[in-house]
Design a protein around this ligand. Structure first.
Ligand code: ATP
Ligand code: MG
Length: 259
């Protein structure tokens, strides 16, 4: 379990998140939603040890972040940040293999290369293996970076808007893969998404952050109400249900509302 207790984050003098209590369980896909600028990225950075909390604790597997060497703490994470500038003169295969950096000796083993090729294949992008990273489109880069975190085979997956540049097919491929592997490997997965319908389809637990506080935590069908969404995003919505009962959110344009 990844446990946050009374966690508070500041950016400079500004309070960002206050007294956050959360428990994230292995084998569960948690989706973090909330308006722009509410601290989702900052929270992931704090979990990864890039941002020091003002107060509170972060624990995993009987260990506490503040008491541990950072390198040792980070070894358990696969972290895909939100804004990645990668103008590297490395091939896709090399970038994916770097996911194994912690365990790489001086040389690559055949096993590392095969694992990297396997990850690219599983995501349907094996044809990119020899391309230089700088030559890829935004969406292709995002898929490659996902393959890289897969190769870490982490205990905790932190993905910050991993589908923001992906087309429908690749969004689905990434989310399906993440969902299956989270179950199969017992990962604690925490993913930031802005697409509420994708969140509703894939989240075991939705975590709603706004105004520095936890607004809701639970299965999408319980959490996603028109009231909550209007309060968070200040837009009118209808909630329909698709054939497996997942909520489906539709924004309402002003002219469709009664005067
Ligand atoms: N390095 C920084 N210096 C100053 N302010 C920062 C810094 N990083 C974040 N902030 C501020 O902290 C707040 C939260 O930012 P954060 O990136 O965590 O939001 P977010 O919820 O991830 O937003 P988005 O949905 O737009 O990605 C914002 O107001 C942002 O301007
Ligand atoms: Mg963000």
């Amino acid at each position: 379990m990844l446990e946050l207790q009374q966690l508070s984050l500041h950016i400079g003098q500004q309070p960002l998140v206050r007294n956050l209590d959360l428990q994230l369980q292995p084998g569960q896909l948690h989706v973090l939603i909330g308006p722009n600028g509410t601290g989702k990225t900052s929270l992931l950075r704090a979990l990864f040890g890039e941002l020091t909390p003002q107060a509170g604790s972060i624990r995993h597997g009987g260990e506490t972040l503040s008491r541990l060497q950072l390198a040792r703490w980070r070894r358990r994470f696969g972290y895909m940040p939100q804004n990645i500038q990668l103008e590297l003169d490395l091939s896709v295969l090399e970038v994916v293999v770097l996911g194994r950096l912690d365990s790489l000796g001086m040389r690559l083993s055949d096993d590392d290369i095969l694992a990297a090729l396997g990850a690219l294949q599983a995501l349907g992008i094996a044809q990119l293996a020899d391309r230089p990273m700088y030559s890829l489109s935004g969406g292709q880069r995002q898929m490659v970076l996902f393959a890289q975190v897969l190769l870490r085979d982490p205990q905790i997956m932190l993905l910050d808007e991993p589908v923001s540049a992906l087309d429908l097919q690749h969004q689905m491929q990434l989310m399906e893969h993440l969902h299956r592997q989270t179950r199969a490997k017992g990962w604690i997965s925490l993913v930031v998404l802005h697409d509420l319908n994708l969140a509703a389809q894939y989240a075991d637990q939705l975590i709603v952050l706004a105004g520095g506080e936890l607004q809701a935590f639970g299965p999408p069908a319980e959490v996603l109400t028109p009231e909550l969404i209007s309060r968070l995003y200040r837009v009118p919505v209808d909630i329909l249900h698709d054939r497996d009962g997942s909520p489906f959110i539709r924004t309402l344009r002003p002219e469709s509302l009664p005067a």
